[in-house]
Design a protein around this ligand. Structure first.
Ligand SMILES: *Cc1c(COP(=O)(O)O)cnc(C)c1O
Length: 242
């Protein structure tokens, strides 16, 4: 399990570049860079490269498929795993076993199921974020913004979930500025709901490789970065073995 020193050095440099861009955006917005956490989205990246990434300090890893994460987790010690993709009920047990944090809770039914499993499998509440489909995009998962306040009360009552905040996947945009309204709306939604019930935590997971500086300006506390750290992913269907 020796890490390739050149590969580790490459990730040290990539991490530093992204952290610098985060810090610059944070200062522009009068925020502290220390309040923003970097999650390296490691889908389609194989364990040897991920071990080098962890050695370089990229210890929070995000995966969008339970199956893929299950195949990698044992081979990548020292990482904290975030689930950032849709979760089917029949994979929820595996997910609670595997992930340290589930960012993609998108229904009351899933929250209830995760709560029951967390009570069974964990000694501490499972950290979760509620995914919001801010743009009401039919192709995207997540609560509709106008439906979330009504769902929130019953989710916050679940004893084995620690509801730390909200997450969104922005629209695919050519220009990062075009994503700003989505991020601003998620922040406003969190502010209004947090005002009503302080059991909802302050985290805002938003921003990816193409738009994370804008997300940080709009209040992101977690950015989920794949390509800016690992390079382009192979096209869907191509071998993930890289
Ligand atoms: C793939 C993915 C990311 C990272 O996207 P990049 O554009 O590679 O930075 C972030 N969030 C989710 C939910 C993803 O599926």
């Amino acid at each position: 399990m020796t890490d390739d020193p050149a590969e580790v050095a490459g990730f040290v440099a990539a991490r530093a570049r992204v952290l610098e861009a985060i810090a610059t955006a944070a200062r522009r917005a009068g925020r502290s860079p220390a309040d923003i956490r970097l999650v390296a989205v490691s889908k389609a990246v194989a364990p040897p490269r991920l071990r080098a990434a962890v050695a370089a300090g990229l210890t929070d890893l995000g995966e969008n498929r339970v199956q893929e994460a299950a195949g990698k987790a044992d081979a990548v010690p020292g990482a904290r795993w975030h689930l950032v993709g849709p979760l089917q009920g029949n994979k929820a047990r595996r997910a609670v076993d595997l992930f340290d944090e589930v960012e993609s809770v998108d229904s009351v039914g899933l929250a209830v199921r995760l709560d029951r499993l967390a009570g069974e499998l964990r000694t501490t509440p499972l950290p979760v974020l509620l995914q919001v489909n801010v743009d009401a995009d039919p192709a995207k998962a997540g609560f509709r913004a106008d439906a979330l306040p009504a769902a929130l009360g019953s989710i916050l009552d679940l004893p084995h979930l620690d509801v730390r905040g909200l997450m969104t996947v922005g629209r695919l945009v050519d220009d990062a500025e075009a994503a700003r309204p989505t991020f601003a709306l998620l922040r406003e939604l969190l502010e209004s709901m947090h005002g009503d019930d302080a059991r909802l935590g302050p985290e805002l997971s938003m921003g990816m490789s193409d738009d994370y500086p804008v997300a940080v300006e709009e209040g992101a506390t977690i950015v989920r970065i794949g390509r800016a750290l690992f390079g382009e992913r192979p096209a869907p269907g191509a071998s993930a073995d890289r």
